[in-house]
Design a protein around this ligand. Structure first.
Ligand code: MN
Length: 161
């Protein structure tokens, strides 16, 4: 449904002389280069104050609505309540681990469809497979490349179905 509204806006906003037309063939390309009509919401789960602020500021600057928590348990409740488009999940948290939080989010019918990107300093081999097995959909190692990070966030928050 949201995709249909968005498409209507894109067609309306197309300037005369624009080289693109919103055909089905190039629809996905158009969506990548256009501002969404509704801000996408991202829940950041991160206990490190500086990392939390950094991620929050980057995403807010780029037009995302941001929810934050420093703990895993409250993340489950925020996810149920606000249904963010994406969750950025630190793995090492003070209460439950990010992997445990991901497992619980994917077990809950209300939150299982929300994509989760693990954001972690873990760099040892094997961790990535373990993190993905816990229910996370993608994985980013800190420190990360800002442009690549934003591309990843955009990709996972752009749901055209
Ligand atoms: Mn942490």
């Amino acid at each position: 449904m949201r995709g249909i509204i968005w498409k209507a806006r894109l067609l309306r906003d197309s300037a005369p002389g624009c080289c693109c037309s919103a055909t089905d063939e190039n629809w996905s390309m158009l969506s990548d280069s256009s501002q969404p009509s509704l801000p996408k919401a991202v829940l950041i789960v991160e206990d490190n104050e500086l990392n939390l602020k950094l991620l929050n500021d980057i995403l807010e600057y780029h037009g995302y609505t941001v929810f934050t928590t420093r703990l895993g348990e409250p993340a489950l409740e925020i996810a149920r309540q606000h249904r963010p488009d994406l969750i950025l999940m630190d793995i090492q948290l003070p209460d439950i681990s990010g992997m445990e939080a991901a497992r619980r989010l994917k077990e809950d019918d209300q939150t299982r469809t929300i994509p989760i990107i693990a954001v972690t300093a873990f760099a040892m081999s094997g961790d990535e497979a373990q993190i993905l097995a816990s229910g996370c959909d993608a994985y980013v190692s800190k420190p990360f490349n800002l442009v690549e990070f934003l591309k990843l966030v955009e990709r996972w928050t752009t749901n055209l179905t």
